[in-house]
Design a binder for this molecule. Structure first.
Ligand SMILES: [Zn+2]
Length: 457
């Protein structure tokens, strides 16, 4: 009957989603009463208005987050929170549909945020609406939390946590089905050091990578023109899989293949390939090439398991450690680089950092700054996860199971939190890309599942 209610309110739900999609809630400059920019605050206002119109009590936490809550007669406190976000990434290019409209085409809707995460946020809200309208008795109340800074560091949750605690059970519809209960730890370190700057050195500068959390696709080096011949010879013998071009005036470009830092095995690292090439060109006199060869010893071509950093490990719960050398620059006598390591639950942040520090020190570099998170794990035998999996099985007819990922979801730092939806494996929803879409049927099924979970927890 909850499912029927959702089916009967599908058009209303799609209208609500469209209202939110039309607000381009990309993070902007802080202004008065808008910590993440006015569009993010506007999206929150719109969502809370929709919730209020359904009869929920709503609260706005100074435009960082907002909540919609339902505590029926006889229920006590809050037993479940659903954590969604209303901010989106920029539209980017390549769209065939207007990114900030919600276009319906056949069985899908298209627009920025339909799957990440405005569509799922409304699926959760309509689920709660169904529970309320069908007068389902609840032991404890339910709260939907609408965040506005998930895409840019989740400072929204830091604010919320100063004001409120999370209940025992929290899920976010901002990951994948069936359930994600294990997320690897992450350490992003920024290392640096000096290299002797000698006018005779054949290497002038090296630079590559643009984002910390991906295998770098491109890198470039500038060498002295008299070494172009040697460079071309090295390219002809190269087996790294990186594509190189060498110009007459000494510019070497390297083209690899990008991949997310949580799955670096499918990438080809342009920086490491280029460093390897420069080491082969070296006449043995270059101090810079010597330094590069030291770097290559701890970060060799094709290695994504951290073996040469002394970090290789894996565990049953979360799989193997991954490591990506993502950004690098060598110029004006200075080296700086970025390393992104995703580590399993058998390691701690401090252990990873100390291994890296030891490895960098072998060639006179050190970690200048870093950021990271411990691994996140929620017991898969909890009543809550059992409920989520059985609801998933009932609606999809497929076996439910827990997943471990290398990335972090919105609940990474929330004790007992899991991701439950919204993506079904096997579909590329163009999340963060052009023409982001979601099938309407999936949104309806998702809302029906959430309603069942709310009724049972
Ligand atoms: Zn998201």
């Amino acid at each position: 009957m909850l499912k029927t209610f959702i089916e009967n309110h599908t058009e209303e739900m799609l209208d609500s989603i469209a209202k939110l999609i039309r607000i381009p809630s990309v993070m902007g400059d802080r202004s008065e009463n808008a910590p993440f920019g006015k569009p993010c605050a506007d999206a929150l206002k719109a969502a809370l208005e929709i919730a209020e119109g359904m009869g929920f009590s709503v609260k706005n936490f100074d435009n960082y987050v907002g909540t919609a809550e339902y505590i029926p007669e006889g229920a006590e406190g809050i037993g479940l929170a659903v954590l969604c976000h209303l901010d989106v990434v920029p539209s980017g290019s390549g769209w065939t549909y207007p990114p900030f409209e919600c276009t319906r085409s056949g069985d899908v809707i298209i627009g920025r945020g339909v799957i990440d995460d405005k569509g799922p946020a409304m699926a959760a809200l309509y689920a709660l609406y169904a529970v309320k309208e069908q007068k389902i008795p609840l032991k404890k109340g339910i709260r939907i939390i609408f965040g506005t800074n998930e895409e840019n560091g989740s400072a929204d949750l830091e604010y919320y946590e100063k004001c409120e605690a999370y209940p025992e059970n929290v899920f976010t519809p901002d990951g994948s089905f069936p359930v994600i209960n294990v997320e690897k730890g992450m350490l992003r370190s920024f290392f640096g050091g000096d290299v002797s700057e000698n006018a005779d050195d054949f290497i002038i500068s090296v630079k590559g990578g643009t984002v910390a959390n991906a295998v770098p696709e491109a890198a470039e080096a500038v060498i002295k023109p008299e070494f172009v011949e040697a460079a071309r010879k090295a390219v002809s013998e190269d087996k790294s899989g990186v594509g190189f071009t060498v110009s007459e005036n000494g510019i070497i470009t390297a083209k690899g293949r990008s991949a997310h830092a949580s799955t670096p095995q499918s990438g080809i690292n342009a920086i490491v390939g280029l460093i390897g090439l420069l080491c082969k060109i070296s006449d043995g006199k270059s101090e810079k090439a010597k330094k590069l060869s030291e770097i290559l010893k701890i970060l060799p071509m094709g290695e994504t398991d951290g073996a040469s950093l002394g970090l290789k490990c894996s565990d049953e719960k979360s799989g193997a450690l991954t490591s990506v050398f993502s950004i690098f620059e060598m110029s004006n006598g200075h080296i700086k680089g970025t390393l992104d390591v995703r580590f399993p639950t058998c390691l701690t942040l401090a252990e990873v950092k100390s291994a890296e520090e030891k490895a960098f020190s072998t060639f006179g570099c050190s970690i200048e700054s870093c950021m990271g998170d411990e691994p996140h794990i929620t017991d898969e035998n909890s009543d809550f996860i059992r409920t989520l999996l059985s609801v998933y099985e009932k609606h999809t007819g497929e076996k439910g199971r827990c997943l471990a990922i290398g990335g972090g979801t919105y609940v990474h730092n929330i004790k007992g939190g899991v991701a439950f939806g919204a993506e079904f494996g096997g579909t590329d929803y163009h999340m963060h890309g052009a023409d982001e879409f979601v099938p309407i049927k999936e949104l309806v099924m998702q809302a029906a599942m959430y309603a069942d979970v709310m009724a049972e927890v």
